[in-house]
Design a protein around this ligand. Structure first.
Ligand code: HEC
Ligand code: HEC
Ligand code: HEC
Ligand code: HEC
Ligand code: HEC
Length: 177
């Protein structure tokens, strides 16, 4: 008898746990599906610049030789925008940074926690395109997060690599040094 009672009592708990799980899963899917634009200091558009023929590495040139891809300096922007000056509000904001000789305080979009080691160099040099990890940036204005870059995401792709290297790429110390 007491067994049946405790069995019955447990049911709502299981039901509740199931409900929480569903809420967490659905919440996860929804938050992953919605790309939330960052609040950036000016309305720079990737779409406009890439449509004008610029390559990713023209502005993110560190990606082939260091951990970071890097963001271009104001000087790089002014290389064109001293002469190309669309009369937008953001163009005036850009000129303001230039005159004050201040870097543009862009908000980071993709950021790993400090205990994770990631480097662009091996990835870009192994032939992976930026789009594999960052989505179709050429159709974005401000860059947006395209995937949740969690451990499962890293490991999934590492598992798909050549047999000779995949086990090494699953070694904890590769990413947690
Ligand atoms: C004319 C220069 C320029 C070009 C060309 C360019 N970018 Fe960017 N990129 C920027 C600037 C400025 C930012 C910072 C503003 C922002 O986040 O949108 C940025 C930000 C990014 C970010 C977000 C960085 C973060 O904080 O996580 C990614 C990802 C990115 N760019 C990828 C690309 C890819 C992929 C291409 C090529 C398809 C590309 N960019 C071409 C200037 C450029
Ligand atoms: C294998 C996946 C992968 C590829 C390929 C990749 N990135 Fe990234 N990118 C990341 C991750 C992960 C971060 C966050 C890194 C961190 O916080 O340490 C990031 C961050 C960035 C950032 C902001 C921080 C920084 O490094 O300056 C920019 C800009 C960027 N990527 C641009 C690019 C461009 C341009 C390319 C192609 C040349 C590219 N990425 C290719 C995964 C990738
Ligand atoms: C190689 C030349 C070149 C470089 C470098 C360049 N731009 Fe541009 N930019 C252009 C062109 C071309 C346009 C489109 C002009 C038009 O609409 O008539 C443009 C348009 C713009 C605009 C107005 C429209 C929009 O896209 O929002 C802003 C703001 C802007 N750029 C900001 C920047 C910033 C910030 C940088 C540096 C990170 C930069 N540009 C680097 C060529 C360049
Ligand atoms: C789209 C596929 C892909 C994704 C996603 C990916 N990687 Fe990689 N990773 C690779 C490839 C390919 C290599 C290069 C293997 C080689 O050297 O041939 C590599 C190499 C590395 C290396 C260098 C290993 C070494 O010892 O040379 C590190 C570190 C690394 N990845 C960390 C990460 C982290 C952290 C993430 C997630 C934030 C991640 N990777 C996501 C494909 C990926
Ligand atoms: C290819 C890269 C990669 C490898 C290999 C890897 N990790 Fe991670 N790990 C990550 C990333 C990225 C994060 C941060 C994002 C997240 O929490 O999923 C992380 C987070 C973690 C966390 C924190 C989780 C949390 O919720 O805060 C632990 C613990 C961890 N890893 C342990 C390990 C162990 C143990 C191994 C080896 C069996 C390992 N990792 C191998 C990339 C990796």
């Amino acid at each position: 008898m007491s067994r049946i009672v405790s069995g019955l009592r447990r049911q709502p708990v299981i039901l509740l746990a199931g409900l929480v799980l569903v809420v967490v899963l659905v919440g996860g899917v929804v938050s992953r599906g919605t790309a939330v634009a960052q609040d950036q200091p000016l309305d720079y558009s990737h779409q406009t610049h890439i449509a004008a023929g610029m390559d990713c590495l023209f502005c993110h040139s560190s990606a082939t030789r260091s951990q970071i891809a890097g963001v271009p300096s104001v000087q790089k922007c002014m290389g064109c925008h001293e002469t190309i000056t669309p009369e937008s509000e953001s163009m005036q904001t850009l000129q303001g940074y230039w005159e004050r000789q201040e870097p543009i305080p862009w908000e980071r979009v993709n950021k790993q926690p400090d205990f994770v080691y990631f480097s662009h160099q091996p990835h870009v040099n192994s032939g992976l395109a930026c789009e594999n990890c960052h989505g179709d940036v050429s159709s974005m204005d401000q860059a947006q997060k395209s995937v949740e870059m969690d451990m499962g995401w890293c490991l999934d792709c590492h598992a798909q690599q050549d047999e000779a290297i995949a086990p090494h790429l699953w070694d904890c110390v590769v990413c947690h040094q």
